[in-house]
Design a protein around this ligand. Structure first.
Ligand code: PXG
Length: 465
């Protein structure tokens, strides 16, 4: 038990939370009955709750705290900026120093001629901006019929009406009448779950070629853009077969459509390079960024566009923007985060030292009787739980039953992993040390053993027929 700051007793905090706080992606009755876990402090890769329990946060919050918790420099950058200029907008012919400095720094870090950033406060907002950006782009170019955006089933691009429409999460579409008009979804390149007996390389090509077919079906004159995450994150860390992205790039090059890489999770060092597009060898026209941009210390996101896209958008008044587009405090925090990630060599070390070490430990989990495959790219990994390794079978129980049990056992063993259905995913802070990787791996084995025992006891190690 470590020191607990002087807050109310946990039960009182939970009662107030239940009375007044509505939670995202949560069944209210369930959390209110059980009592929310109250996180009070964090440092490095370790979270502390209101009872003093500690957890290794193998999710970096929600895939965002790339720098790790507790860096005072970011707090000081925020305080300095709040004292100097806490707020001003970037509308109506004005700008300010933090937005100038951050957009220039992003231009240096991003590949190619992605040199221009339109700021938002989140990934959802940035993807909403992208819908308007690509449709405006084609309007200005005299091709207003090019409106449809092609996206992927089980992709995740945010939770607003526009971004959730780009996303391919059916449970989200079912609430609130989504998707909005002119969004089309193709299948994801998820070989483990959907590849059956095909060879992964073959499957990757087939899934990429669905884009070409969709362009033909909808008509090139009606398609504005294709959006995808270089590696699907919330969909379960789905690393596509190597054949997938080159084929997607070929198709985007052949037809007149813009390629949007949603780098909200993959960006800022997560996959072993500054951007997932570099890891996957793609040349997007637009990148969505958020999360790791500020390591989650302040809400900020953006759409980074090429010189060509900016030169077209610049010809019109773009009737779009948020009160907090380029918020000076968020920009100052992001700049400080990028400075540290770069100057302390955190992205480089994560890629050259930590990632290979973690990969060794992670790949070994595939030997666990409950694990069907272990995949990892940089510091972003997943394992598939299965009742029958050889056939990659799904469980007979509802999807997510085994995953939830495994997540509970992770918590019980001081480890935070997220479950996506019956896949377990990790995305630890990039600053995780080799010792902490050992701890992560030890706790993952223990949690898997405990989950396996429970699944057997409860008669759940049965394959779906
Ligand atoms: N794009 C991607 C690829 C994301 O992963 C967003 C956009 C939206 O960003 P904002 O900042 O609006 O949340 C995301 C967010 C999960 C989970 O449970 C994942 C996200 C958000 C919340 C939960 O895996 N990703």
């Amino acid at each position: 038990m470590s020191m607990i700051t002087n807050h109310m007793p946990t039960a009182e905090l939970q009662a107030l939370d239940a009375a007044h706080h509505l939670h995202p992606f949560t069944t209210g009755n369930e959390i209110n009955a059980k009592g929310a876990r109250v996180i009070t402090r964090a440092n490095g890769v370790t979270l502390t709750d209101s009872d003093g329990h500690q957890f290794l946060d193998a999710m970096a919050g929600l895939w965002c705290v790339n720098l790790g918790y507790g860096r005072p420099e970011l707090a000081e950058a925020a305080a300095r900026q709040m004292k100097e200029l806490p707020y001003y907008n970037t509308f109506f012919m004005t700008t300010h120093v933090p937005a100038i400095a951050l957009s220039a720094r992003i231009a240096e870090l991003t590949p190619g001629d992605l040199n221009h950033t339109f700021f938002a406060s989140s990934g959802s907002e940035a993807n909403d901006s992208n819908i308007r950006l690509v449709r405006t782009y084609w309007d200005v170019k005299g091709k207003p019929s090019k409106k449809t955006i092609i996206a992927r089933k089980n992709g995740y691009h945010g939770s607003s009406m526009g971004s959730a429409s780009l996303g391919g999460m059916s449970a989200m579409h079912a609430q609130g009448g989504l998707p909005i008009a002119d969004i089309h979804h193709i299948d994801e390149p998820h070989w483990y779950a959907q590849g059956g007996d095909t060879d992964p390389a073959e499957f990757g090509l087939e899934r990429a070629q669905q884009l070409e077919k969709a362009i033909h079906d909808i008509g090139e004159d009606n398609v504005a853009a294709f959006i995808a995450e270089p590696i699907q994150g919330a969909g379960g860390v789905v690393i596509p077969p190597e054949t997938y992205w080159p084929e997607i790039q070929r198709i985007c090059d052949k037809y007149e459509i813009l390629l949007i890489a949603d780098e909200v999770i993959c960006g800022f060092g997560r996959t072993g390079n500054w951007f997932g597009s570099q890891t996957m060898g793609i040349r997007p026209d637009i990148m969505t960024i958020a999360k790791g941009l500020s390591s989650g210390y302040a809400p900020i996101g953006g759409s980074v566009v090429t010189d060509e896209v900016a030169s077209v958008i610049d010809q019109c008044e773009f009737n779009h923007g948020y009160t907090y587009s380029g918020h000076p405090v968020a920009c100052a925090v992001a700049l400080e985060n990028l400075r540290i990630l770069d100057e302390e060599g955190i992205v480089d070390r994560a890629s050259t030292e930590t990632a290979p070490y973690l990969k060794g430990k992670w790949d070994a989990l595939a030997d666990h009787p409950l694990v069907g495959e272990a995949r990892i790219a940089g510091l972003m990994g997943s394992i598939a739980l299965t009742p029958h390794k050889e056939s990659r079978a799904k469980f007979a129980a509802d999807a997510g039953t085994a995953g939830l049990i495994c997540r509970e056992e992770c918590f019980a063993n001081g480890l935070i992993m997220r479950h996506v259905g019956d896949r377990m995913v990790i995305s630890p802070p990039l600053v995780i040390t080799k010792d902490e990787v050992n701890t992560l791996s030890d706790r993952a084995w223990k949690a898997l053993d405990a989950a396996h025992a429970r699944l057997k006891d409860e008669g759940l190690m049965k394959a779906a027929s």
